[in-house]
Design a protein. Structure first.
Length: 182
């Protein structure tokens, strides 16, 4: 997953509990596709951007259908959880459109939309989460164990921690990347 904003370099993954809840909700909402495939939920929280990907991979296919959302936010004025919820809702709507009409021409690059009173950027990609994770493993690229990952300064780290409600001295190290529930 690539962020939309160039300054988005340091991030933390979405909480594993939230990822599990989102995947379960997708499986319930889209029960027919869930019977012949699986859902994915991935995301990153940056200092001023929330990035969420909801994906669906039909059994036996290599191409994964992904709805991705990018939303700018101010961690001092907005709650990261609210913005994540908005991103999940927008991605869910895009997936719903995909299931109803898979041949529709979905945006392949970030495109702005007004969604529930906030500007949100959406795109549709076909990256396969499991294949990418396996490729990273083969290349020796492993996810960092810390709460915050990527390259950034201490101000960015502090901003991400504040948006999550984590003290500077805490670093629970969630280490979840490429989350999926079968």
């Amino acid at each position: 997953m690539e962020p939309r904003l160039k300054e988005s370099t340091k991030w933390t993954e979405l909480p594993e509990e939230l990822v599990t809840q989102v995947i379960e909700a997708l499986s319930e909402s889209f029960s027919k596709p869930a019977k012949v495939g699986k859902f994915f939920c991935e995301g990153r929280i940056y200092k001023s951007e929330i990035l969420v990907r909801l994906g669906y991979l039909a059994n036996g296919r290599l191409v994964q259908a992904n709805a991705e959302a990018s939303i700018e936010f101010d961690f001092q004025k907005e709650k990261a959880q609210d913005i994540i919820g908005l991103a999940v809702d927008a991605c869910g709507s895009l997936l719903d459109n995909y299931f109803q009409n898979p041949d529709e021409d979905f945006p392949r690059e970030w495109k702005p939309f007004d969604f529930e009173g906030k500007q949100i950027f959406l795109q549709f990609t076909t990256d396969n989460s499991e294949l990418e994770a396996e490729a990273d493993k083969l290349l020796g690229i492993e996810a960092e164990d810390g709460l915050v990952q990527g390259d950034a300064d201490s101000e960015t780290i502090e901003a991400i921690q504040k948006s999550l409600g984590v003290d500077e001295d805490e670093d629970p190290g969630n280490g979840n990347s490429g989350n999926t529930v079968h």
